[in-house]
Design a protein. Structure first.
Length: 221
């Protein structure tokens, strides 16, 4: 029997506190997700991942809070790696007919800040400004869009319904923010997640051309 990670223990506590069913999926020969989560009539296949300290984090821990303290960073590449790891597991366990969620948790130091920008960059790619040559031969801004290193698109990661970000605020306060995949084969109605999620977001068309805002829209439920 596998040992629960910090993030799994926190996720189970969150579900228990909110009266939400959370059944562990038995491990088998094939890749499986961690949980079947029951929110009312909704059964959500869920995989829980965490950022653990790497060599750089261990070095930063020694100076965190001192005059040499690092700035907070957005570990989008590392979060994207967690999505890559978790995707085969939720896809296998959902068998194409259940909504899914990958939950990520920062267990690697306060300087690794998993906020809205971190998550949308991990999902939709690097965000940047596009310049173009005008008829008068001047260079002007032609757009702002998500560029390379896209992971979630209309052709990829469509078995993923939601990305969740788990945070512990104080000894007894655990919160979950959810980011909906606008391209999901099986989307989740935001109202169905309102008992589990403290906040929900969606970027309706992240790969549109022209001037695309980086920030996802908050969903009011």
């Amino acid at each position: 029997m596998s040992i629960h990670t910090v993030s799994e223990e926190l996720f189970e506590k969150l579900c228990l506190a909110r009266g939400i069913g959370c059944d562990r999926i038995p491990e088998g020969v094939r890749k499986t997700a961690d949980y079947k989560v029951f929110v009312g009539s909704l059964m959500l296949i869920t995989e829980v991942k965490q950022l653990d300290p790497n060599h750089k984090d261990m070095k930063l821990a020694a100076v965190w809070g001192t005059a040499d303290s690092p700035c907070v960073v957005a570990p989008s590449d590392r979060v994207q790696g967690l999505l890559e790891e978790g995707y085969p597991q939720i896809k296998s366990s959902s068998e194409g007919n259940r909504p899914t969620m990958i939950v990520v948790y920062n267990n690697s130091g306060d300087w690794n800040w998993i906020d809205k920008f971190t998550v949308v960059k991990a999902m939709f790619g690097s965000f940047g400004i596009v310049f173009g040559l005008q008829p008068d031969q001047t260079i002007a801004v032609a757009g702002q869009v998500y560029l390379g290193r896209r992971k979630v698109t209309k052709d990829t990661f469509r078995s993923l319904s939601v990305v969740g970000v788990l945070k512990q605020e104080g000894a007894d306060v655990i919160r979950l923010a959810c980011y909906h995949n606008p391209f999901a084969h099986i989307p989740i109605e935001p109202a169905s997640l309102s008992r589990l999620a403290d906040a929900q977001y969606i970027h309706p068309n992240p790969h549109e051309r022209g001037f695309v805002p980086w920030e996802p829209k908050k969903i009011e439920t």
